[in-house]
Design a protein around this ligand. Structure first.
Ligand code: MG
Ligand code: MG
Length: 271
């Protein structure tokens, strides 16, 4: 069932989204060679809990043990932060996070370079972020879920990349993963119609190689089957008659394009 949020619920989600945007900005500012992904996770959890009524959405969600998902290079999503996982110059790091405030969730992800990365990696980040921007631009009143996926897919595939098909974006609200599913592929005017008050996590996962995925033995980390690098950007948005509003980014993003942020899932096929 697709739930329509009240104005009060939307403002609470926007407040959660602001904490989340600040959390991801803080984490991105601390990303450098030599830092462990567990250090980043500790920082995120402490920062989120410093806000009264807020907690990390991921911790305990489907028994996930941490507050962030940290996914490096060929890892797409759901990497588990670890003291043994040390960032290296040239890595790309996807950071996915959720904040729950007064029972309502926001979800966002970004992928950031560690030190100096290859032009190929830079291009993947730029295109994936552009795919999120295109998906959000298509997420307007009267369009359909298929328009979002179509825009994301076009952006990624016209750059020579592939979109992950087995993981999807999702509705979000009092539950972290709600209907509808938001695939990163699709056809215009197909799928559920977008109506005012729908809150959606739009989250392109783009692989430099093929779209196939594998799950590692930790039963969480999802990687590209061919070992190619992958990027992930996500925002939570609300469909509104006055224009779609990004709840997990700076206010000017709605008109000036998307700033770095991101999605999540399991054991279902949400990202
Ligand atoms: Mg997420
Ligand atoms: Mg998500």
């Amino acid at each position: 069932m697709i739930t329509i949020k009240s104005a009060r619920e939307i403002e609470t989600m926007a407040a959660a989204g602001r904490i989340l945007a600040d959390t991801l900005a803080l984490i991105a500012s601390r990303v450098e060679p030599g830092v462990s992904t567990e250090q980043l996770d500790d920082l995120a959890e402490e920062y989120i809990r410093s806000h009264p009524g807020a907690r990390p959405s991921f911790k305990g969600l489907y028994d996930f043990p941490k507050s962030l998902c940290t996914s490096l290079n060929n890892e797409i999503v759901h990497g588990i932060p670890s003291a043994a996982r040390i960032l290296q110059d040239g890595d790309i790091l996807s950071v996915d996070c959720g904040v729950c405030l007064e029972g309502l969730h926001a979800d966002s992800a970004t992928t950031v370079p560690v030190g100096e990365v290859t032009p190929e990696a830079e291009r993947l980040l730029r295109v994936t972020r552009g795919a999120l921007d295109a998906g959000i631009s298509a997420a307007v009143l009267g369009n359909h879920v298929g328009d979002i996926g179509h825009a994301v897919q076009n952006t990624a595939e016209s750059a020579g990349y592939s979109v992950v098909r087995d993981l999807v974006g999702h509705g979000i609200g009092t539950s972290f993963h709600e209907e509808p599913q938001i695939p990163n592929y699709g056809q215009p005017k197909r799928g559920p119609r977008l109506v005012a008050g729908m809150t959606l996590a739009i989250e392109p996962m783009v692989n430099a190689g093929g779209h196939e995925i594998k799950t590692l033995n930790d039963r969480w980390t999802i990687v590209t089957a061919d070992g190619s690098i992958s990027a992930h950007f996500e925002h939570t948005v609300v469909i509104d008659a006055r224009g779609t509003r990004i709840l997990t980014g700076a206010l000017q993003e709605a008109t000036e394009g998307v700033d770095g942020c991101w999605a999540e899932s399991r054991p279902s096929n949400h990202a």
